[in-house]
Design a protein around this ligand. Structure first.
Ligand SMILES: O=c1ccn([C@@H]2O[C@H](COP(=O)(O)O)[C@@H](O)[C@H]2O)c(=O)[nH]1
Length: 243
């Protein structure tokens, strides 16, 4: 796999896990000119709201809104409808909500697009098993038997059946997901840790290079960049690892 610097940057989604818009803004400014995705998750969205998402879009960023919706189908349909109106590029639901819930998300998207033809169609993806979940937790706490890989592939197949475009999983599962759901089915993978980096609360990890070689489409990276003394240098070093 050989990527240009720009292609490598475009495969990275920087997780803006910050408590307020000012802190996130400082990180975004420090990365100016690098064409990576920006990922807005619960912490920042609940604090800064849709205005921050719109400001990223106005500045030309591709945005992954990572709110992991998991509710009854009617509520998820409404949520997906509102998110589509924000103009984000990617958003997600939990595959554990089931096929009807995931189909409802797609209905919410379709209704927004039917009402406003200027909107873009977002990529809708589903979370399989969180990358912090180990086999021990899956089996002994959550009570799902079998391997994490089996659970992830099953969720991925349900996600495809519901008509979504891909899943969130660990890079360790990308090859199995692609084998089960096809090469075009997108894999968005957190659990990325450069060699020697703090693992934090992640359990199913790979280095950026290993993830790209495993075939991941996009890698989500937070603390290895945001907690670095020089976030721009940390991101550039990851990009160098990928080219
Ligand atoms: O299974 C999942 C789903 C989402 N995430 C999110 O990705 C980033 C990872 O941040 P790091 O600091 O690189 O660990 C974070 O926003 C999570 O909410 C995930 O880690 N695993």
């Amino acid at each position: 796999m050989s990527l240009t610097r720009e292609q490598a940057a475009g495969r990275i989604m920087v997780a803006l896990d910050y408590p307020d818009a000012a802190s996130a803004e400082a990180l975004v400014s420090s990365l100016e000119g690098i064409p990576c995705y920006m990922k807005v998750g619960m912490q920042l969205y609940y604090a800064a709201g849709p205005g921050f998402v719109k400001s990223l879009k106005e500045r030309g960023y591709k945005v992954f809104l990572d709110l992991k919706m998991h509710d009854i189908p009617n509520t998820v349909k409404g949520g997906a409808n509102s998110i589509t109106k924000l103009g984000v590029d990617v958003f997600n639901v939990h595959a554990a909500g089931g096929v009807d819930m995931m189909k409802a998300a797609m209905e919410g998207v379709d209704a927004a697009l039917a009402a406003d033809s200027s909107l873009q169609r977002p990529l809708v993806i589903a979370v399989t098993q969180l990358t912090s979940t180990s086999m021990k937790v899956l089996n002994e706490e959550i009570g799902i038997s079998g391997s994490v890989q089996d659970a992830v592939v099953r969720y991925a197949q349900l996600t495809k059946q519901a008509g979504l475009g891909g899943v969130v999983a660990s890079p360790q599962e990308v090859e199995l997901i692609k084998a089960a759901c096809g090469d075009d089915f997108q894999t968005i993978t957190p659990g990325i840790r450069p060699a020697g980096a703090d693992v934090n609360d992640q359990t199913r990890i790979m280095t950026p290079r290993q993830a790209i070689e495993a075939g991941t489409d996009y890698m989500v990276i937070g603390r290895p960049i945001t907690a670095a003394a020089d976030p721009r240098a940390a991101l550039q070093s990851i990009i160098e690892e990928l080219i």
